[in-house]
Design a protein around this ligand. Sequence first.
Ligand SMILES: O=C(O)CCC(=O)C(=O)O
Ligand SMILES: [Fe+2]
Length: 339
Amino acid sequence: MEINDDDHVSRRWFNVESVPKSHVFSDEDRPGNQQIPLCNTIPIIDLENNSSNLSETIIQACQEYGFFQVINHGVSEDVISEAMKVMEEIFNMPVEEIKKEVSNYSSGWVYMGSTSFAAKGAHLWRDNLKHPCHPLDECMHRWPRNPPRYRDVVGAYIKEIRRLSLVILELISEGLGLEEGYLGGISQVQFLTASNYPVCPDPTLTLGLLNHFDHSLITILYQGNVEGLQFLKDGKWIGVEAIPNAFLVNIGTQIEIISNGKLRSAAHRVVTNQEAARTTIATFINPSPDCIIQPAKLLIDEDNPPIYQPLSFRDFVNVSKPFGPFTDALQNGVCTLKK
Ligand SMILES: O=C(O)CCC(=O)C(=O)O
Ligand SMILES: [Fe+2]
């Protein structure tokens, strides 16, 4: 059976008893039967702990894993749970209604239904929505109008994530020995991407998200309490523990470049499961499209020559097409955002 978004007006198709051929990945890409262990050593950084050297701990985490979790981050549980609820509401809306909202991609937000994104010959087992979210007052009026509280709830969430991202970028700047505000200063663009990974009858065949790198400075992910994210360490997949009310932070390729390879951006993917649907909210903290990304001068000397060429973020994205066929739409969304 093939799944076609136009054949239905709700997400009923996810209740299928077996995985349709259109969603089966090749042997090479799919998770198969391999048991993937959960990593219990990804550092959990307590941002209120003044007694430890936070920037040093973060740098070590970024060198070893490319990932860390943060707790006591100051984002209230209410703000997080409201944002998660409103995302779940949106993913439960009939597809027709969501499509009505997205009249065209230049509106600055993109909805990818269950079949609109084919990668490596198969469809991802997920529903996804993306939109720019910084500066808030220039973006908010392009966000979904439904559910009616979407803009308020997600606006409150994004304000907090912006604050948190600047705290984290400052700790990374400090840990790398860069001047104050170095990374915060270039974090001019922010994208929100919310995903819903429905329960899957056979997770060995499917993927919520293919193996990829984030082309951000950092990504701040809220993954609720359902696991599914895995990252590659020393050539092996490892699962990331879901800690309620903690944010998972990962280093994107742009900080890997700025740090001249000192910090690593780890490849990751999302697997599905048979028991519980999973909703996540990722916020990509990005440079502006014209920003030239290159190893920071302070980290370069005779013994440490630059290992990356300078490239504008726009060119980097255009070459690597991280959002597949939607890359141009998203770039346009950012580049042509009008007041
Ligand atoms: O949903 C997740 O767990 C991860 C999402 C992700 O990696 C991405 O959007 O780049
Ligand atoms: Fe990612």
